[in-house]
Design a protein. Structure first.
Length: 220
């Protein structure tokens, strides 16, 4: 595995720990509120006031439940990412890949105020690949766009129908093209050469004039 890929795993892992710290902070805040309410209520016998406090307790408990569910979802998806390193080659689906990339990169997109969306195909497609290196390769392109295209409002990841190849589209929305004249040049990352060769993949510009972005093409 390349150093740049290892560095990206570290960045993703750090993002997950920040998300979990936020989950725990909200749970801790809600638990503290509940403690304060019960402490106050034990000294105050006013029925109306107690009813109001119990409503606040219920809202706080609902917040705790929501954050527990959120934390469980984060850990389940991050665990799936960790297990993508188990085997050098395994069966995955195209929809699964785009959904995982969005999960792994959503925090960094949010920091740039760019919406990152997975657009799965109705008819999914199974294929064999090295899942961790494929995920990281697509994540690297998303990370590049997040850092370079400040005008972008939305990035859409989607499998593209192809009978002979596995194709993923990375579509940029809300980008005028004024930052760089050549849409193809900003999509070509020379440092990705070894990874693309390993995956038997290539990068090509999208042909639609109103949709800047690239196609990530894997030959089967």
């Amino acid at each position: 595995m390349e150093q740049k890929e290892i560095a990206l795993i570290g960045k993703i892992a750090a993002g997950m720990t920040h998300d979990m710290k936020n989950v725990l902070a909200i749970i801790n805040e809600s638990a503290g509120l509940i403690q304060d309410i019960f402490a106050y209520s034990s000294k105050n016998a006013n029925p109306v006031d107690k009813m109001d406090k119990m409503d606040k307790v219920e809202r706080a408990l609902n917040s705790v439940k929501k954050q527990i569910d959120r934390g469980a979802d984060i850990m389940t998806k991050f665990n799936r990412f960790a297990h993508s390193m188990d085997e050098p080659v395994s069966q995955v689906t195209a929809n699964e890949i785009v959904e995982q990339v969005v999960f792994l990169m959503h925090r960094f997109a949010g920091q740039k105020q760019i919406e990152l969306i997975a657009k799965p195909r109705r008819r999914d497609k199974n294929f064999s690949t090295n899942p961790i290196r494929l995920l990281l390769a697509i994540c690297m392109y998303v990370d590049y766009y997040l850092s370079e295209l400040s005008e972008a409002k939305k990035i859409i990841l989607m499998p593209i129908k192809s009978s002979k190849e596995i194709v993923f589209g990375i579509v940029i929305k809300g980008y005028s093209g004024k930052e760089k004249n050549d849409r193809v040049s900003f999509a070509e990352l020379p440092e990705m050469g070894d990874t693309l060769n390993f995956l038997n993949a290539g990068i090509h510009p999208l042909k639609s004039p109103d949709q800047p972005g690239v196609k990530f093409v894997i030959s089967e």
